[in-house]
Ligand binder design. Sequence first.
Ligand code: ADP
Length: 297
Amino acid sequence: MFSEQRLVKALAEALHSGSITLERLESVSGGDINQAGVAETSVGDFFVKWNAAAPPDLFAREFEALEALRDSGSELRIPEPITWEGPDGAGSPGFLVMEYLPSAAKSADWQESYGRGLAQLHRTSSDAFGFDHDNYCGTTPQPNEWADDWVAFYRDQRLRPLFERVCTRRSVSSNQKRHFERLLERLPSFIGDDDEPPALIHGDLWSGNLHTDEEGHPAILDPAAYYAHREAEFGMITLFGQWSDRARAAYDEIWPMPGDWRDRNPLYRLYHVLNHYLLFGGAYGAQSFAIVERFVD
Ligand code: ADP
């Protein structure tokens, strides 16, 4: 059971406040993975997520990713993480508390701000591909060991480990396994033939993780952030996200995408389709292998 007592105590510690009272915890729906609510307290409203079945460090990793996205200085609104706790071991789930962003109608320049803000985020670079910690996409573990070579990172820390998980949980034929292995072998001939710098990406930018704040500005939520080739971000955007001509034009004004990015895009979509096959089963399997078979036979 979610413990309101733990929530109030953690909030009081994080805010260095002697006494906080919880007036109401109003349930919110919409996420894929967690339970969530708005905590109305004596010191303001907060957004709270909890999950009894989550890996114990899930919310610690989300907390860090939100901090990294905020540090980028992107004009995208990113909720400030306030505090988190793991499960208490006695049945009370871990939780994450962050700034609550009430939603309003989109501002007139929402699309431009989204495109510009995403390019500003991607302009945030690092010496290598990866992240300070391994983290999660949904609840799927994402290894993030620092690597200089993007193709090796994408093959060895994204596609291969995810495929191995899929093979243990879902049905995959020996033919499909052979095709997937061939794709991994040939990956260097399909992607990464450039010297694009590591770019900080949101990592799971489907439309459920795009939000509009109280002033009508675009906000991004629930990241699976790491430093990637920026084309990896567009795997999820083209699968289940939003990318209008106006957003694209604003992005390109800051940092034009290569003219042929769409040729490689299915290989970045593959990671997320495969993750959906792992998490939800069903037709995502056929959709994954249709992508693989476009590249190898
Ligand atoms: P999950 O991890 O379960 O996918 P999300 O973080 O995506 O959950 O949140 C679920 C929904 O709650 C979002 O689609 C959004 O509408 C809303 N939401 C998430 N974070 C906030 C926030 N900080 N302020 C206001 N609403 C939020």
